[in-house]
Design a protein around this ligand. Structure first.
Ligand code: HEC
Length: 114
């Protein structure tokens, strides 16, 4: 189990390096990016190994149907994901949403590859 956690951590960090390509972020978006790197990358970054991603890739596409559902997921969590309402204030969740909306959606076939 320990080794799996470490692998997840390494995968998370390599995904985060790619996120650095996005420049011209506002202070709010930069703050959100920091929160996402700290709290979400572990489960939500594209794996560099062959394992499927644990949570879906988060990007502007996550909000295609509006903000309500993703915001609820972030606050309340699910059986597979911790809720963050005691971890982040609503303003901090705003920052996370603002940042994720700057992230381009990954090409569909790559995201679906299992
Ligand atoms: C322990 C792993 C884990 C962590 C940490 C985690 N998530 Fe998730 N997340 C998941 C899984 C798994 C799903 C897939 C849906 C489900 O099973 O609930 C998901 C789904 C989501 C969704 C819905 C996406 C969609 O397209 O429907 C959003 C939004 C989301 N997560 C945001 C976040 C944010 C923001 C963070 C960090 C603050 C975060 N998650 C941290 C595991 C995680």
């Amino acid at each position: 189990m320990k080794r799996l956690a470490l692998a997840c951590l390494i995968m998370g960090m390599s995904g985060i390096a790619a996120a650095r390509a996005a420049e011209n972020l506002t202070d709010q978006q930069l703050e959100g990016r920091r929160f996402v790197q700290q709290s979400c990358g572990l489960c939500h970054t594209k794996p560099t190994l062959t394992s499927p991603v644990f949570g879906p890739i988060l990007s502007k596409a996550t909000f295609a149907m509006g903000d309500d559902q993703p915001r609820k997921q972030i606050a309340e969590g699910s059986p597979n994901m911790p809720g963050f309402k005691y971890h982040f204030t609503p303003a901090q969740i705003d920052a996370i949403v603002a940042y994720l909306k700057t992230v381009d959606a990954p090409p569909a076939p790559a995201a679906a590859a299992k």
